[in-house]
Design a protein around this ligand. Sequence first.
Ligand code: ADP
Ligand code: MG
Length: 555
Amino acid sequence: MGKVTGAMLLAKSLKEQGVEHMFGIVGFPVQPIAAAAQEVGINYVGMRNEQSASYAAQAVGYLTGRPGACLTVSGPGVIHAFAGLANAKENFWPMILIGGASPVYQNGMGAFQEERQTELAAPYCKFAHNVEHGYRIPFYVEMAVRHSIYGRPGPVYLDMPDDIILGEIDESEVSAVARVPAPPRVQTMPEYVDQALDLLEKAEKPLVIVGKGMAYSGAEEEVRSFIERTQLPFLASPMGKGVMDDNHPLSVGAARSLALKEADVVFLMGARLNWIMHFGLAPRFNKDVKIIQLDIAPEAMHQNRPATVAMVGDGKAVMGQCNAALDGRQWFYPKDTPWRQAIAKKSADNAAAIQPQIDDNSSPFNYYRALKDIREWAGEDAMIIGEGANTMDIGRTQLPNAKARRRLDAGSYGTMGIGMGFVIAAAVVNPDIPTISVSGDSAIGFSGMEMETCCRLGLPVKIVVLNNGGIGKGVEVYPKDGSAAPHVLSVDARYDKMMEAFGGKGYFVSDPKDLRKTLDEAMAYDGPALVNVKLLPDATRKPQEFHWNMTKAQA
Ligand code: ADP
Ligand code: MG
């Protein structure tokens, strides 16, 4: 053992702790960290904006259970990456942000890009610390990784000043730190499991809600056994989609509003009753609904609505307990109940209501017609990334997921601009699974420059832009007299040519008869491709029974 730099010790420690991917932008003072990461075999991906790098790092965390790293320069670089910390905090995804910092010996002097980084990062993080001495690097890296994946997952921050990065350390004097194992799976009390099953047995209109906590905990087999054994109807949250196949006969996805409004017992698995689930309150939920809650976090229990049964534990472990307890019971939810009939009828009515749009071959496209071809093209295996308001909302209903952890979107924080970072992360983590992004034209604008990253790395990602020329909607002709409304963007902006400019393939489609063959051509191309689909400027969703957000009058 000889002397190493702080940069090298950091890279070795990250590798030792199972951090395999690092996304960042180099510059002062972190260039040596990126170089050392490459030397120790961490996959370093140079990005074009720290925001996207921070989104990529957390997608790696969600998909693999081990945090991805984001590496940024001091000051503004760190601040840009806070976007990702905030998103990871709201979604409970592990990531580690490593912020370069001005040298400690210049603290307070007005150093280049000097900033109170750790203090500012702390509110977004489960753990945030200055690395104040090179010898302590392995200690802090282990602690950061452990905090990011143990308990409720989330983001962590380490501050690396220039003089620590460049400082020399005698490795023989560094205390060894063991690799933190995968988090222990925590079970709940057996009597809670019995209470939960008793409550479900008595329900007339039971409903299971499957959230992304179940996807993260890898509980898909246990959830499938439970639902098939009990025959309970289920609804997936946006990223809980695929834990159960969306096309499963027990899915009530096509009758979401009715299922939420009338269920009398809801088994909430790894999901929250937050704005996405309408806070669990009337009128979106039955005012007398009883909740069975399963979550890794004790403090998540009873949020917005008291739970009748509160099961704290790991999703996979607790569903294993539920399945074991079912072995001693005969009960399952019967085949022919008024509840099942009502759901089936509502699903059929909803399907019939959108069918004319699916069948509408006029040019330019409506959302449903475009998504019909995308759905058939994407198949069952693809990773689907969605962003943009209508594009994401309608896409969620029209693009089924058959497998767990195959959907990434704007998530609990409603963040636009996550798409390209998620695309890059998905493609590097799962190179054998097609990565498809379906983005609105506004959404692609936030991080479109990462197309260059995709082309540079030769990632075979496929990006479909549903382009209505605006935020929400656009106009037929852009008014040149300065009278354009705030939501209006360019008409027919050629995002496809942007992809071509960096060396990928671009396609522009305005006639439905051309879409499927164009998508196939894009898929056959062995590199990044973007298909720019011209939508009607005022294409929109089918009318909804409720406004998406709770109004003050309802609160
Ligand atoms: P969704 O958006 O799918 O509704 P949320 O982000 O609202 O999901 O909620 C996910 C929940 O899953 C969080 O409350 C989180 O604490 C929980 N969770 C995270 N990891 C696990 C796990 N291993 N087991 C059970 N629950 C988990
Ligand atoms: Mg748009």
